[in-house]
Design a binder for this molecule. Structure first.
Ligand code: ADP
Ligand code: MG
Length: 234
């Protein structure tokens, strides 16, 4: 890990409006994440973990504040610019995998490369290479409904990796998996961090999952509180 700040969030507010009601979720939140860091984000259900992750991933826009990622304040980008930025910089891993059911494992992983200006054979080779990395090279032509949950999540991890993104975000990546399969997926996340040097922000409510990270932060009443329990642990 180097000492470069990759994510720098200042004064982040997010509230949702429903009818004439305003629901404040994040309130004056600050966060720095170093390049190459693996952080776990915990907090009670409804505390705004997914909201924060979606803001960092450029899926949603803040009510107020700045979110600088590799020097770009993504809150200032237009919808179109944000979509391009997201495609180039973010790999997103979801709790329920979110694979396209009508596409094979290989086609699902090729999908993010369609915007990258590669030839069909380059896309195929690159997708096959990351599927090999996650141990799925014997399932390239399988459809999602022909794969177990853990296998689908491996494919989803390959899809998140295939563009070599600046940042990987994961929202409860083991939330739908049994303990043993969840451990396999976590070992893979760990390898992305340690072997490939990937920066990862992972939301989880599983303390075992959180223990894989280098740093643990809790979301409480709209702000982040550092948890020292992992210090010196890795
Ligand atoms: P967590 O992931 O920690 O469980 P969320 O970020 O999903 O929490 O939600 C935080 C709060 O924001 C909740 O009270 C939720 O009901 C509310 N919320 C989330 N998304 C929306 C939305 N699109 N519209 C209105 N309220 C929302
Ligand atoms: Mg959530």
């Amino acid at each position: 890990m180097n000492d470069e700040v990759l994510i720098r969030i200042r004064g982040l507010d997010k509230s949702y409006r429903r009818g004439d009601q305003t629901i404040p979720v994040l309130q004056g939140l600050d966060l720095d994440v170093q390049s190459g860091e693996f952080i776990a984000l915990m907090g009670p259900s409804g505390s705004g973990k997914s909201t924060l992750l979606n803001l960092i991933a450029g899926i949603d826009k803040p009510t107020q504040g700045t979110i600088e990622i590799a020097g770009v304040d993504i809150a200032q980008l237009s919808e179109g610019e944000l979509a391009d930025w997201r495609a180039a910089n973010i790999g997103f891993i979801f709790q329920f995998y979110n694979l396209m059911p009508v596409l094979s494992a290989l086609e699902n992983v090729e999908l993010p490369l369609l915007l990258a200006g590669l030839s069909a054979s380059q896309r195929r080779a690159q997708a096959a290479a990351v599927l090999d990395m996650v141990g799925m090279s014997d399932r390239l032509d399988h459809y999602p409904n022909e794969l177990s949950g853990g296998q689908q999540q491996r494919v989803a991890i390959a899809r998140a990796l295939v563009t070599d993104p600046t940042l990987i975000v994961a929202d409860e990546p083991t939330g739908d998996l049994d303990r043993a399969t969840g451990e396999e997926v976590l070992a893979l996340m760990d390898a992305l961090h340690r072997e490939l040097g990937k920066t990862i922000v992972m939301v989880t409510h599983d303390p075992k999952a959180a223990a894989r990270a280098q740093r643990l932060v809790h979301l409480e009443k709209g702000v982040l509180v550092d948890d020292p329990s992992l210090e010196g642990g890795r």
